[in-house]
Design a binder for this molecule. Sequence first.
Ligand SMILES: Nc1ncnc2c1ncn2[C@@H]1O[C@H](COP(=O)(O)OP(=O)(O)OP(=O)(O)O)[C@@H](O)[C@H]1O
Ligand SMILES: [Mg+2]
Length: 387
Amino acid sequence: MGSSFSCCNSKNAEEGYATILLTIGGGNNSNPWRIFTYKELHAATNGFSEDYKLGEGGFGSVYWGKTSDGLQIAVKKLKSMNSKAEMEFAVEVEVLGRVRHKNLLGLRGYFAGNDQRLIVYDYMPNLSLLSHLHGQFAGDVQLDWKKRMKIVLGSAEGLLYLHHEVSPHIIHRDIKASNVLLDSNFEPLVADFGFAKLIPEGVSHMTTRVKGTLGYLAPEYAMWGKVSESCDVYSFGILLLEIVTGRKPIEKLPGGIKRTITEWAEPLISRGRFKDLVDPKLRGNFDENEVVQAINIAALCVQSEPDKRPTMREVVALLKGRDFNNAKGMSMRIKSVKYGEDLMALDQESDDGNNYDYGDESSAYGVFGALETQRMQDPYKPYGERR
Ligand SMILES: Nc1ncnc2c1ncn2[C@@H]1O[C@H](COP(=O)(O)OP(=O)(O)OP(=O)(O)O)[C@@H](O)[C@H]1O
Ligand SMILES: [Mg+2]
């Protein structure tokens, strides 16, 4: 299940979403979303003008806007109406209605008319982490080491809440730099819940079609569609490496060859050359002990076998400097995941940064035959069945 929610193809869409949100407890003082009119959002964004466009993703375009009462908003406008997009909208609205945490971007409201779906969020003045690491603000180097570590910890705390504190538990499934937004103090807010999964009580993992962004995808999820909280832990580990090193999860080398961040980092880590891993844009201004600690935590998160990865609760404790001695017993070597050429050819991530929905249920895992992992065994198979 992605969601229990599948109404809203009708003209009663607006009431349908409102009923669900009220049932799950949104719209009160603790979660102040409201239904907007199309006219209101049209006016707030100057008719969805190109000049007001903040960016574009798989779902559609995002526009800056200002409501008549002066609130700055970001309006996400569905590109085209089809059942996939409709489901993404429904999941996003349903999940957003359930969550409330300082590091998760909550729902400000929405509009759902016959052929239009719009989601309204608070505007985040520092845009996305992606824009600072690799985008329009990369040259300004506003992200010093301290800010980077604050972003790492805040994102981890948002994920901890999703995995362990909200009920039912939620797996995000699309953790990446463009989905971490930054407020005026560079506090991170994890956004985009359109791919999220609600996990019923007592369920440890599920098998689903593969969605997400290559480079951040855990191998067991990419290969077999096995989704559990530890898939987010893997993506978080990649994000942590990206924040420390300033490198993209998949880089295009001269000659068109693509390389994953773990392939690049692995030899440096194994030789203990931690300082050489750090983003040169920081010009040596970082805390060396914190670098070693951050890289070690990332290495724990990106282990091929999901059972060996820490939980987000453990990750937060490690980031806060607790439990580190215990964790030292765990494997610290990154075993790099090398994506096969067929899969790399499908990937546009390093070019446009967008996510993918890898086909329909029946064909979802076929493309991942191309994924070469470390001769990895299916961790969910009973031992007797393993090769
Ligand atoms: N609340 C917001 N405040 C400020 N900027 C935002 C907000 N939401 C989104 N953006 C900007 O809009 C861009 C596009 O967001 P969107 O989520 O549609 O695409 P994406 O994250 O790049 O890709 P994907 O579709 O894979 O999530 C973001 O990268 C970000 O810069
Ligand atoms: Mg996004």
